[in-house]
Design a protein around this ligand. Structure first.
Ligand code: SAH
Length: 246
């Protein structure tokens, strides 16, 4: 009970910080946007802060980004739930906590240039786009690439470049990267991605060949050696393309 009261107070305080003066009136904002704002702030308090993520930049990004726009409008009511959701073509937008956890593990700096493999809905790219200087994101399914690109553009992200292609090969033209995030599972790290990682750079990938369980793995490159840290269990859709053939 005490926890609920504290949460409610934190959410009201966050609403205040976001520029609301008390409860938003019907004239100021539509019912829907009020509703999604409250859902979004509740999501961050309960699922992200509640599980120990402290990086203010990540929390602020997730408080700001309208996650419900990254899923089909029929799923809008579930957009802030504690789970992944379908985004078409058998793919999913990750559970909010997993997005925060992976972003946190990369220890990003505002000057970083980050490569993402698996644009999907574009939500993870938007979170990165709020934190770092430049995001490059590669998607192998053209329809998803197009939808994400259009939305990211509409939302005003000028520091996110999208590309249609096989992420196995990274994005040579803009390499090397300070960090690489792979948001589809693979049974090995594609060698071109290791090559495109800067010295001192961090790479995160769900490693494993099982469909419903992989190990989130953080790799740090130093003196051309790889330091590998296993972070915990996750369930991602598999990478297709060259990675699958190897
Ligand atoms: N990061 C996404 C979720 C990713 S779901 C989000 O925030 O919504 C995994 C995505 O990886 C899918 O869109 C899938 O099409 C894509 N994918 C699978 N194999 C890939 C490959 N070889 N190269 C690039 N993208 C790939």
């Amino acid at each position: 009970m005490y926890g609920l009261v504290v949460n409610a107070l934190l959410i009201l305080f966050s609403l205040f910080l976001l520029g609301f003066s008390g409860y938003p009136s019907a004239e100021k904002t539509s019912h829907n946007s009020d509703n999604t704002t409250v859902q979004r702030l509740t999501m961050v308090e309960e699922q992200i802060v509640g599980r120990g993520i402290k990086d203010r930049r990540i929390l602020d990004a997730m408080r700001k980004i309208p996650r419900h726009l990254f899923v089909d409008s029929s799923l809008k009511e579930r957009a802030y739930g504690d789970h992944p959701l379908p985004i078409g073509e058998g793919q999913t937008i990750s559970q909010p906590y997993v997005v925060a956890w992976m972003t946190d593990a990369l220890h990003l700096k505002s000057s970083d240039r980050v490569l993402e493999i698996g644009t999907g809905s574009g939500y993870q790219a938007a979170v990165l786009g709020e934190i770092v200087e430049q995001v490059y994101t590669v998607e192998i399914r053209i329809a998803l690439k197009e939808t994400a690109d259009t939305l990211l553009h509409q939302l005003g992200y000028k520091n996110i470049k999208t590309k249609y292609g096989d992420g196995y090969y990274g994005w040579e033209q803009y390499a090397p990267f300070d960090a690489i995030i792979i948001t589809a599972s693979a049974n090995h790290i594609p060698p071109p991605l290791i090559e495109q990682l800067k010295e001192g750079g961090r790479l995160i990938i769900p490693l494993g060949s099982t469909l419903y369980y992989q190990t989130l793995t953080l790799v740090t490159k130093s003196s051309n050696e790889l330091n590998v840290e296993q972070m915990g269990g996750v369930a991602f859709v598999p990478m297709i393309g060259e990675t699958k053939r190897k």
